[in-house]
Design a protein around this ligand. Structure first.
Ligand SMILES: Nc1nc2c(ncn2[C@@H]2O[C@H](COP(=O)(O)OP(=O)(O)O)[C@@H](O)[C@H]2O)c(=O)[nH]1
Ligand SMILES: [Mg+2]
Length: 458
């Protein structure tokens, strides 16, 4: 159920937590991934666009820094997704001791009869005295289907097999039905909402006066649920919807968000064919479950523990001041842990974080980064402080290679990387006039690419 959306959301939140500096480029990637997943779940493209714009706008507040910035973005993303689904939980108000009536409407095959029995089981388990009334007099065997389902969930079923007028059937059982806390009324469907169906619904409503008239919609129609809910809203009084078959389609997100758009509250969702495959719909809990225990508090905790913010800030400052040494480099490598990639280091360099450096130059280099850590571990304090002495004295190179299980060319590569990073960071040479807010121009890009290509062969 909505697997893609769940994993895209999870990925988005992980990216926020794992990012060292949350710049507009990172936010853009997160927003685009999320938008793609929402479109796959058949959420209306305009809603998807609005959501993206809103997140980008809210996230672009540069005044909020560091960890607060991540918390801010996590909250926005979380809340906006919930908003899209309807924010609040809507509950039916069914009182024991009162004769409540719920009438279910919908087109052919949307799941009215199945849902009648699911609802009946739901309330009967909670101690209500429940009955079902079968008023689908048109489809052959519809009443028998309800009867069988009633036996299964142990709920009384009222049907009149030879009566073709639903009003007459209702009248016949009215006195009996009045004794129940809750009566669930299964009605006939049509291929479309035509005049006949509207008339039948209206006359049933007039006679039965249900407390709730609920439209049943199958999730596989995705965002077309909006049009259907609208049409039913206009033709008759519906109080809300139940969405069925959430289990068998990737388009459930579209159906849910579409109903929210029409302001038709989603009371329940059906998640399978069995009576128990049924649950109340609560947008917050729904998202938490999609994320796998990802409630807002959990997500914020993740943000706080993901990156050692202090050490990042320190490194950034040292970079900016031109004091970044091999030890800082090593500390950054350690911090990267399993998200290790050259791009993480580049993100720290003022100006380069926003530049569009080709991905293939920055791809994940976990293996290499581990090796570098061993190499630096095998250096003396003196070598860490002034790495130039290593290249001058080949005996040092040999010793470090032996100690770290690497080759002298690995060490030379590391030193080159480090030097390049320092050079880029200090803004010397070609890159001195990068305006961080503008990113790089074509010429600067070419220069960097050339440099990376030549010096940064992984
Ligand atoms: N997978 C799945 N199937 C469902 C769900 N709800 C209903 N169905 C199936 O949809 C089909 C039509 O359901 P039915 O209740 O007869 O629809 P009706 O014509 O509106 O009364 C049946 O085969 C049901 O088993 C659900 O939540 N998940
Ligand atoms: Mg039916």
């Amino acid at each position: 159920m909505l697997g893609n959306l769940g994993s895209a959301l999870k990925k988005g939140f992980d990216k926020i937590a794992g990012a060292i500096f949350l710049d507009s480029k990172t936010i853009d990637i997160i927003v685009k991934d999320l938008q793609r997943a929402l479109i796959q779940a058949d959420v209306n493209i305009m809603l998807v666009k609005e959501l993206g714009d809103k997140i980008r706008k809210e996230a672009s507040d540069e005044k909020i820094k560091g960890i607060e910035r991540k918390e801010h973005l996590t909250k926005i993303l979380h809340d906006e997704i919930i908003n899209l689904l309807g924010k609040e939980k809507h509950e039916l108000n069914i009182e024991k001791g009162k004769n409540n009536k719920i009438m279910l409407l919908g087109l052919y095959g949307c799941g009215k009869t199945t849902t009648s029995s699911k609802l009946a089981a739901y309330y009967s388990k909670r101690g209500y005295k429940v009955a079902m009334l079968g008023l689908d007099v048109h489809r052959p065997a519809a009443r028998e289907q309800l009867e069988q389902l009633g036996q299964k969930v142990k709920v009384a079923v009222f049907i009149e097999k030879d009566e073709n007028d639903p009003i007459k059937t209702y009248k016949k059982f009215k006195n009996e039905l009045d004794k129940y806390d809750l009566v669930i009324i299964d009605t006939a469907g049509r291929h479309t909402l035509d005049k006949e169906l509207i008339n039948e619904i209206k006359s049933l409503e007039k006679e039965i006066k249900p407390d709730y008239t609920i439209l049943v919609i199958q999730a596989d129609i995705g965002q077309a649920a909006k049009k259907q809910a609208h049409e039913f809203q206009e033709a008759c009084n519906i109080n809300g919807v139940i969405i069925t078959r959430m289990d068998s389609t990737a388009k459930g997100g579209g159906a849910l968000t579409a109903c929210n758009e029409t302001k038709a509250p989603v009371f329940f969702i059906g998640t399978g064919e069995k009576p128990g495959d049924f649950e109340t719909f609560n947008p917050k809990a729904f998202i938490s479950r999609l994320l796998g225990l990802g409630d807002l508090e959990g997500l914020l905790e993740k943000v706080q523990s993901a990156v050692d913010e202090k050490s990042q800030e320190k490194a950034k400052k040292r970079l900016e001041e031109g004091n970044f040494n091999l030890r800082d480099f090593q500390e950054q490598l350690k911090n990267m842990g399993n998200v290790g990639s050259m791009s993480k280091i580049v993100e720290m360099i003022p100006g380069l974080g926003k530049a569009k450096i080709p991905d293939e130059l920055l791809g994940a280099q976990e293996g290499k980064i581990k090796k570098w850590q061993y190499i630096i571990d095998s250096m003396t304090e003196e070598e860490i402080e002034s790495p130039e002495i290593i290249e001058k004295q080949t005996s040092r190179l040999g010793r470090i290679a032996k100690g770290s299980g690497s080759t002298t060319s690995d060490i030379r590569m590391l030193l080159k990387q480090y030097k390049l990073l320092k050079e880029l960071a200090s803004g010397s040479g070609d890159l001195s006039n990068i305006d961080p807010s503008q990113g790089l121009n074509q010429k600067q890009m070419m220069k960097i690419a050339k440099k990376f290509g030549k010096k940064m062969k992984f």
